[in-house]
Structure formats: C-alpha cells, structure tokens
Design a protein around this ligand. Structure first.
Ligand SMILES: [Zn+2]
Length: 316
C-alpha cells in the first residue's frame, strides 16, 4: 500500500487518479443494476415446481398428480421414474396388512467419518429430507393371499446405500421370515455399500447372504426385484442370489461403472450392457416386469413357488 502510493506520487499520477474517480463512481451504479432475477423467475413461471415433471426419455411434460396415480411411470413412453419405498409398499401389499419391523433403527457414525460434511450431518439431512430413518423399510405384509417378508430400498436416502442398518434390517427380516416359514421379497435400489461405514458396510454383504442361505435351507423362496439402479455391493450380494430375479424395464443393473470395467478388461463393451433388457437376454435375470403388473406377477410367482414348496414337503 505504502509503496504503491509512493510510486503513484512519484509518477505524478494524482491527476490520473482524480480523472479515474468518475469511473469508479459510475461503476457502483452499474454494479447495483446487475442483479438479474428475471430469467430464473421466467423459468419458474414456465415450469411450476412441484406440479410438472419432464420425462427424461420422451421429454413430455407430465402432471405430477397423474404421474403419482400411474405409479411414477410415464404414460407416453413407459419410462419408470424412481419411486419411494413407502409408495412402492403401498402399491404392492393389501391395505393395512403391512407390519413394519425395526422402524426406529438408525445408523451410528462409528468411524467419525469427516469429509466435505460429516456422516452424522448427512444422516440428519437425509432423515429430514426423506422422512425415513435409513435406506430400507422392512416388514411382513400380504400380497394377494400370500404373507411375505418384504424389504424395500429407497434410493433417495443416501443413494440407497447399504450400511449396517440396511444390512441388519434385511437380515432380521429374512430371519423372521425363516422362523415364520414365509417367502422373502426384496426390492433393491442402491448405489452399493455405504462408504461412510467402511468395513462395517462391506460386512453386510456376507450377513444378508448368510441369512438368505438359512432361509433357503428351509426350502423357502426368495424373489429379488431389481429396480433402477441396482449396483455394486447390493448387486454383488443379496440382490443377485434370488430364486427368481426380476427387474423393472430399462433398470440400470451392474457391479462397477462402465469406465472401470473398460479399463480393467481392456476391451470394448457392448452398448446397453448394464440394462435389464441386456441382462435378460444373457440369462442373469429371469423376467422384466412393468411396475403396474408387479403385484399381480409377484402373487403369481409366490403361488407357483409356495405350491411347489408344499409338494416338496409332502414328498418328504
Ligand atoms: Zn416419457
């Protein structure tokens, strides 16, 4: 500061400074004029928030109320939007038949994980935004005439990631279903294991699969339903070991991302290789079922599987 004022004086720039004054005086006025709220306002006027949703596939504007009534499926192109766990349970089970389990179970920040924001902070935010305690809802309900153990994941809670609560709730659900002699249906929607819980989240892969192995020993069926997206630690554990594995149309299903696979295998990947349609063609999944037909089809499969189970039991 001192040196600059000294050199300015030495160079005789006081005059220049004086002439510069009007400029600096004019600058604040132009600066004050700057705030442009108009564009965002007009955009808001075009698309009122919370009323319309643009379909990412066919670009048609969909009225939210119609979309909700249609189970979040586009009426024009059948694009399946992501749906919350509660809405999905409501669409599948008989009215008032669902008894939720472990509804109050919440995650603990075991590792005291601190990144851009802390894990405990993220948990609080997600609980507030979603109204959920964690990324899965479990319970016993009735689909048509069949009592089932039903677990439904919700992608809106931390990307549907599987931490110790998701793993524990699913394991308890499977164990309860084993005790009661019930089939299990798990509807997955997940980005994988929850990195904020490190090793504890990875252990859930073995825990859920272990519980399912005991369930299978009792000759009870497990139907895995894969919805968009089902990836990584969830796809690599319980989601891919169903007696029947079904998926929603165009669901993204896979383990690692395409770039990682390409770099690891050093080979070109076929287009659309992580979609439900591709995996059906290659035998990884058994069927693709439209969301609006899901309840009917699950009831049909349950009838088929429990009937064959009764026949096996009768045979001894
Ligand atoms: Zn559409």
């Amino acid at each position: 500061m001192a040196t600059s004022s000294f050199t300015k004086k030495m160079l005789g720039l006081e005059v220049a400074e004086a002439t510069a004054q009007p400029k600096t005086a004019a600058a604040p006025t132009t600066f004050l004029k700057k705030p442009k709220i108009a564009p965002s306002k007009s955009r808001k006027r075009e698309i009122p928030e919370g009323l319309w949703t643009k379909c990412p596939k066919c670009s048609v504007m969909l009225y939210d109320k119609d979309l909700d009534e249609n189970l979040k499926v586009c009426q024009h192109c059948n694009h399946h939007f992501r749906i919350g766990a509660r809405e999905r349970i409501h669409s599948l089970v008989e009215t008032c038949s669902f008894e939720e389990m472990d509804a109050e179970m919440t995650s603990v920040d075991i590792l005291k994980f601190a990144g851009v924001s802390s894990y405990s902070g993220k948990l609080q935010d997600n609980k507030r935004l979603t109204g959920l305690k964690d990324a899965v809802i479990t319970g016993i309900g009735k689909i048509d005439t069949h009592r089932v153990g039903l677990g439904v994941m919700d992608f809106s809670f931390l990307g549907g990631s599987m931490g110790s609560v998701v793993g524990e709730k699913l394991a308890r659900l499977i164990e309860a279903a084993t005790d009661k002699g019930l089939p299990v249906i798990i509807i997955s929607s997940s980005g994988g294991a929850r990195m904020y819980e490190g090793m504890c989240s990875l252990m859930q892969m073995a825990k859920t699969c272990g519980a399912l192995a005991y369930h299978a020993k009792h000759k009870l069926p497990f139907i895995s339903v894969l919805t968009d997206p089902t990836t990584a630690g969830v796809m690599a554990s319980f989601a891919s070991v169903g007696d029947l594995i079904i998926a929603e149309p165009e669901a993204m299903i896979g383990f690692a991302g395409p770039r990682v696979i390409k770099d690891t295998t050093q080979s070109e990947l076929p287009p659309g290789f992580q979609t439900a349609e591709f995996l059906l063609e290659h035998g990884l999944i058994d069927a693709i079922v439209h969301r609006k037909e899901m309840k009917e089809r699950l009831a049909y499969y349950l009838g088929y599987l429990t009937e064959s189970q009764k026949q096996i039991a009768a045979l001894g």
